[in-house]
Write a protein that binds this ligand. Structure first.
Ligand SMILES: NC(=O)c1ccc[n+]([C@@H]2O[C@H](COP(=O)([O-])OP(=O)(O)OC[C@H]3O[C@@H](n4cnc5c(N)ncnc54)[C@H](OP(=O)(O)O)[C@@H]3O)[C@@H](O)[C@H]2O)c1
Length: 291
């Protein structure tokens, strides 16, 4: 199955469902990226320098046999490499590891706590965009005040804001703010995440969400898995989702969500899975993260 595309604010098109590869070893990454593209129909892979598997990502794309220009590849800049010159050098190093001339999307991975440096870094990404090293540039984990800094200090509106988002943390306000600026929201940990969080803590939420009885009942009625119900929920809200799996049948299952529709009642029941006060968050709040 192939995912439909969404048009970003600079006209570049992004497949609405991609493969996440955080916590995948290089060996797993090359294998699963090849499988996802060549066998399961994926055309979008979400990588990052910090995941330590950029070489394997590039190798997996090449091994798929699908032309580079048909696959949408993201990588990200880690905050310790913020700064104008540092950012441009980090992108060149990522491109070297990937073995590509360009990435489709380059993201600021976390906002960092230094506002001036973040804006300086964003201006470097604007240069990389103009130089054709990235077809689109965007951000991750940006709260409203982080976005405001970039909108004021930069001349390119981020194409994407990639944030933690799943039924337990639906992020309604941030999604509405993104949309008001023409920024596409991407969901990380769209399934509630893996066994550990980005900070290495145990994450009880992911399994709990995937085993939730409300989702199980909706899944039963549609003849689907609870994970497919969660992914369909993302798709019907116009969000781009990047579920991670290194397991082939799960990777195939996760993109098989474009031939059924959740009803208004289904959506209402899933809305009830929100954990109040943002307590469904698995990772650290961006305002509390520093690197
Ligand atoms: N920008 C950021 O700061 C940021 C932060 C975190 C993540 N991300 C990106 O978002 C991607 C996804 O987030 P995530 O990896 O945290 O979590 P996720 O995609 O919500 O969940 C991944 C977990 O779900 C399991 N899984 C996947 N498909 C399944 C299925 N069909 N049935 C049952 N279990 C299934 C995976 O297991 P197996 O792999 O063992 O199959 C893995 O343990 C990451 O890989 C990364 O690319 C970005």
């Amino acid at each position: 199955m192939t995912a439909p595309e969404i048009t970003l604010n600079n006209g570049v098109r992004i497949p609405q469902l991609g493969l996440g590869i955080w916590q995948a070893s290089p060996e797993e990454t090359e294998r699963i990226v090849r499988y996802a593209i060549a066998e399961a129909g994926y055309r979008h892979i979400d990588g990052a320098k910090a995941y330590g598997n950029e070489e394997a990502l590039g190798a997996g794309v090449r091994a798929s046999g699908v032309p580079r220009e048909e696959v949408f590849v993201t990588t990200k800049l880690w905050p310790t490499e913020f700064g104008h010159d540092e950012a441009l050098a980090a992108l060149d190093a990522s491109l070297d590891r990937l073995g590509f001339d360009y990435v489709d999307l380059y993201l600021l991975h976390w906002p960092n706590q230094d506002d001036a440096k973040r804006v300086e870094t964003w201006l470097a990404l604007e240069e990389a965009l103009a130089a054709g090293k990235a077809r689109a540039i965007g951000v991750a984990n940006h709260e409203p005040h982080h976005l405001a800094d970039l909108l004021e200090g930069g001349s390119v509106v981020p194409a994407v804001n990639q944030i933690e988002l799943h039924p337990a943390l639906p992020q309604r306000e941030l999604r509405a703010l993104d949309a008001s600026h023409g920024i596409v929201t991407q969901a990380w940990s769209p399934l509630g995440g893996g066994p550990t969080t980005p900070w290495g803590r145990l994450n009880p939420h992911g399994t709990a969400l995937r085993e939730n009885v409300v989702l199980a009942e909706i899944a039963r009625r549609h003849g689907r898995s609870p994970v497919q119900i969660i992914l369909r929920w993302h798709i019907q809200q116009g969000v781009v989702a990047i579920p991670k799996s290194v397991t082939e049948d799960r990777v195939a299952q996760n993109i098989d969500v474009f031939d059924f529709e959740l009803s208004a009642e289904d959506l209402e029941a899933i809305a009830g899975l929100e954990v109040p006060d943002g307590a469904g968050r698995t990772g650290t709040h961006p305002d509390d993260a520093s690197f």
